[in-house]
Design a binder for this molecule. Structure first.
Ligand code: HAS
Length: 553
């Protein structure tokens, strides 16, 4: 068990995450109905408000709070209880993030920020929406900074020793997040806020989008890496094995630190304001960032096979039958990994310059991120939640709740397979994303998108509805884990934090040389971004001085 005070900090973050999850998934349900003309919204609410809330609450708020809840627990477990100063700054971070979140939600619901979660200029929300985003990011700097502080305290007491794998991975994730968030902080503070409050008339759109995606792609690895931390350090424990290779695990995280950021232009391949040379350079770097995910896939298979053979598995796939399928804590994470195969493969298609022409701004991309953050990351978080809340509340993981958990991950898998597959195919047929309607004035091509099974918006709606049902089951599991599950009496009943051991005696110390890796990361960023961003900032005579704001809702 970790200390009561650390449990309360972790639990507050996790509960906040699930409040955002509840509202965000409800918005998702509204979306599939509106897009199929099955729902009229009240006058004060429109589709783009709902979609903005869906993206902000699920992609930014749910993920970030859950990640801090999980990392606080793991860091307290592996490095020992937080000192009072570290914990204080964690609470400051939580508070500032929450003020930001509440302000953002108020702005969205009052119709002043229907700009979607990427808040692209020249769509102009109320200045207070951008203040809310800035507060949220500053809050994460306190929460993240306090985890680094906790690590430095441990380092001070363990000079020259390699940190435990969980801690190493946590720090890499936080460092990646802080470097990446500088981009969004820069555009929000120096571009959006002055513009939205009317202190300047125009905004440099290309620069604001480039600074956003400088942040936006590593944002996805901020979501993914905590899931990878669970795959590397928790899954082996649950299958009766150990970490396949400590060095490989650390190297994969270092590669993410190096290559997650100088790749943002692959979200902007269709934008005229960036020359093909820089797009191509960042596409090559994007293919570099795929490598640590392939290393992770290899690690996972090696872990399964090693553990399986230890239990007498033979042949190429004997290990498959030795996996603990009845343990929902494992099966949830396995299914999460499984979805990442098409999810990741789709990413490779997205990043392929010419193929991006076909899929950009279509439902294909929406399908992609529902089987990258929407299942591999989200279902890993669900799988962690099943034991993490009982672990933190000292309650039992009863048979009944495990059965409900199986129903939850199976319904999620069915709903997502339907919704994401249909979205991928509709996207290939040309169906755009981010629109409140799907008939497009009954254009013949658009009417095609209501025929067949997987080429049908109705299938998207059916999948989305099943997902919502699954989400409600998860909320039920969370509520029971918080309040009604029986308290664990004996030690055998206490839920453990399943952390695999990882032999670090062969791990090269250079892997934890932060200044080396942060230095290389900053160098790669400079190479990939300084010239194109510099060019965007110069006010050439032919360069537009910027755009005024548009309020299209
Ligand atoms: Fe992506 C757009 C490229 C990964 C999320 N992505 C998005 C958006 C989001 C998102 C939210 O190049 C939309 C943003 C918006 O609103 O506009 N993505 C990639 C690439 C990867 C990738 C190359 N994306 C992710 C992850 C996300 C995420 C991870 C969230 C968590 N993505 C793009 C591009 C776009 C894009 C363009 C812009 C498209 C456009 O034009 O708008 C790579 O990281 C993927 C590498 C991963 C793999 C798979 C490895 C497989 C593993 C599991 C193995 C399974 C096992 C289990 C071991 C190559 C690790 C056992 C299995 C058995 C079968 C037994």
């Amino acid at each position: 068990m970790i200390t009561k005070k650390d449990s309360r900090l972790a639990l507050t973050n996790i509960v906040t995450a699930y409040i955002a999850f509840l509202i965000g998934t409800f918005c998702g349900l509204l979306q599939v109905f509106i897009r199929n003309n099955a729902l009229e919204l009240p006058a004060w609410l429109d589709y783009y408000q709902v979609l903005t809330a869906h993206g902000v609450l699920l992609a930014l708020v749910f993920t970030t709070y859950f990640i801090f809840g999980f990392l606080v627990t793991g860091m307290s477990k592996t490095l020992g209880g937080f000192g009072s100063k570290v914990r204080f700054f964690s609470w400051v971070g939580y508070l500032v993030m929450t003020i930001g979140t509440l302000l953002a939600v108020v702005m969205i619901l009052s119709g002043k920020a229907s700009v979607l979660y990427t808040f692209y200029a020249p769509l102009k929300a109320s200045g207070w929406f951008y203040v809310a985003l800035a507060l949220f990011v500053v809050g994460t700097w306190f929460s993240g900074g306090s985890l680094i502080g906790h690590y430095l305290v441990w380092k001070g007491q363990n000079k020259g020793k390699l940190s435990p794998l969980f801690a190493f991975m946590t720090i890499t994730t936080i460092v990646l997040w802080i470097i990446a968030s500088l981009g969004v902080a820069a555009t929000v503070l120096f571009q959006f806020i002055p513009w939205a409050f009317g202190w300047v008339d125009t905004i440099n759109v290309e620069l604001s989008r480039s600074l956003f995606w400088y942040f936006g792609h590593p944002l996805v690895y901020f979501w993914l890496l905590p899931a990878y931390i669970a795959w590397y350090t928790i899954v082996p424990k649950m299958i009766g094995g150990k970490v396949f290779s400590d060095s490989l695990a650390r190297l994969s995280f270092i590669l993410f630190l190096l290559f997650s950021i100088p790749v943002g232009f692959h979200h902007q391949l269709q934008e005229p304001g960036i020359s093909s040379f820089w797009k191509f350079l960042q596409t090559i770097l994007t293919f570099m960032v795929i490598i640590p995910s392939l290393m992770t896939a290899f690690s996972m298979f090696a872990t399964f096979e090693t553990a399986g053979r230890k239990k007498g598995a033979t042949g190429l796939f004997g290990w498959f039958f030795k996996l603990p399928w009845k343990d929902v804590r494992f099966t949830a994470l396995f299914i999460a990994m499984f979805f990442f195969i098409p999810g990741g493969a789709g990413g490779i298609i997205n990043a392929s310059f010419s193929l991006n022409e076909v899929i950009h701004n279509t439902l294909w991309v929406v399908g992609h991120f529902h089987i990258t953050v929407g299942t591999p990351v989200a279902m890993t978080f669900f799988g962690l939640t099943f034991w993490l809340i009982p672990y933190l509340t000292g309650r039992k993981l009863t048979k009944a709740i495990q059965k409900l958990a199986f129903i939850q991950i199976i319904t999620w898998s069915i709903g997502m397979t339907l919704m994401s597959t249909a979205m991928h195919i509709l996207g290939l047929l040309g169906a755009p994303r981010r629109t409140a309607y799907t008939d497009y004035a009954n254009h013949p091509a658009a009417l095609e998108w209501f025929n067949g099974f997987l080429t049908n918006h109705v299938t998207v709606a059916v999948g989305g509805s099943i997902l919502f049902l699954s989400a409600m089951i998860l909320i039920l599991i969370v509520l029971q884990s918080l309040f009604t599950l029986p308290k664990a009496e004996s030690n055998t009943e206490f839920v453990e934090f399943p952390l695999a051991e990882s032999d670090i005696e062969n791990t090269p110390k250079i892997l934890e040389n932060w200044w080396l890796w942060i230095g290389i990361a900053l160098l790669l960023i400079a190479i990939a971004y300084s010239i194109p961003l510099g060019a965007m900032m110069q006010h050439h005579h032919h360069m537009p001085t910027g755009s005024k704001g548009f309020i299209t809702w």
